[in-house]
Design a protein around this ligand. Structure first.
Ligand SMILES: N[C@H](CCC[C@H](N)C(=O)O)C(=O)O
Length: 287
């Protein structure tokens, strides 16, 4: 079949966006993976699928597939691209929409300056819901109940890293590092992603504190590897930093591909993610 798609990005986190309202889409994991492949397909960190929602209080349903073909619960940068796509394609006249995802309803809003702000919902700290298996883990350090010691095995050597574990609908493990540019992201990112205590794997965040309202962040994403930006990763990092008493909302997040802004008023409150959404090109591919 001929598939129409739009290539987009949010701070360098890149997407193939597909209108599945006006096209009949029913792909296997292998087909999603092939479409996301940077050599044999279009190439993307994630594939974003636009569907009608069966929920009367939602304008659309939003499905997300990682570069490895796996379907996942949430994508923050993708939510901004999604909102811009449905507006540009005339699928909605509204600038604020409610979108059904695998992990609940999010609410993107198109801003006057072209950026998009998304109500990403409240972070989840219940380890069973992340999911994160705490069985057999050494005691938690004082101060913040999201902090856990994670033992990594590297070439026979054991190293313990302190990570904040939480969910933004998708799982995150965030650590503070002195310098994101020298942090061992390529080395320890995969070890954390595939750590035995994360039954559904996890996104691994590496956060450098610039000041109480500014961080630098790199994320080794589940199912995609290191991306130039990670929206839910930025949300998770700021929530972790605020809970550890290291950050004050709102926080500027410098990702390698661009700047995001995160605001959070505390436990039980939604996290707001603001950033760019860029359309790069339209295309058609035979799949
Ligand atoms: N790799 C993530 C999904 C995409 C998240 C990221 N691109 C964002 O902007 O939130 C996961 O497997 O949970």
């Amino acid at each position: 079949m001929k598939l129409k798609f739009t290539k987009m990005h949010g701070a360098g986190n890149d997407f193939v966006v597909i209108d599945a309202i006006n096209q009949q889409i029913d792909f296997t994991t292998a087909q999603w993976k092939a479409l996301a492949d940077r050599r044999f397909g279009v190439g993307a960190d994630q594939l974003l699928v636009v569907e009608k929602s069966t929920n009367p209080s939602c304008d659309f349903r939003y499905r997300i597939f990682n570069n490895d073909g796996g379907e996942v619960e949430q994508c923050g940068n993708g939510a901004r691209a999604f909102a811009k796509f449905v507006a540009e394609k005339g699928l909605t006249e509204r600038r604020s929409i409610a979108v059904e995802t695998m992990s609940g309803i999010i609410a993107p809003r198109l801003e006057e300056d072209g950026s998009v702000t998304v109500d990403m919902g409240a972070p989840i700290f219940d380890t069973a819901l992340v999911p994160f298996d705490t069985e057999g883990l050494a005691g938690q350090p004082e101060g913040d109940d999201t902090l856990w010691p994670l033992v990594l095995e590297l070439a026979g050597e054991k190293e313990t890293v302190l990570v904040s574990v939480l969910s933004m609908g998708n799982p995150h493990a965030v650590q503070v590092v002195p310098d994101v540019d020298t942090a061992p992201v390529e080395l320890t990112g995969p070890l954390i992603e595939h750590h035995a205590h994360f039954p559904k794997r996890v996104n691994a965040g590496f956060m450098q504190l610039v000041n109480r309202q500014h961080i630098k962040l790199r994320v080794f994403e589940r199912g995609a590897g290191e991306t130039l930006a990670c929206g839910t990763g930025a949300c998770a990092a700021v929530v972790a930093g605020i809970r550890r008493g290291l950050l004050d909302s709102p926080v500027r997040v410098d990702a390698r591909g661009g700047e995001l802004s995160i605001a959070w008023a505390g436990d039980g409150e939604p996290v707001y993610l603001t950033g760019p959404a860029v359309t790069v090109f339209e295309g058609e591919i035979t799949v």
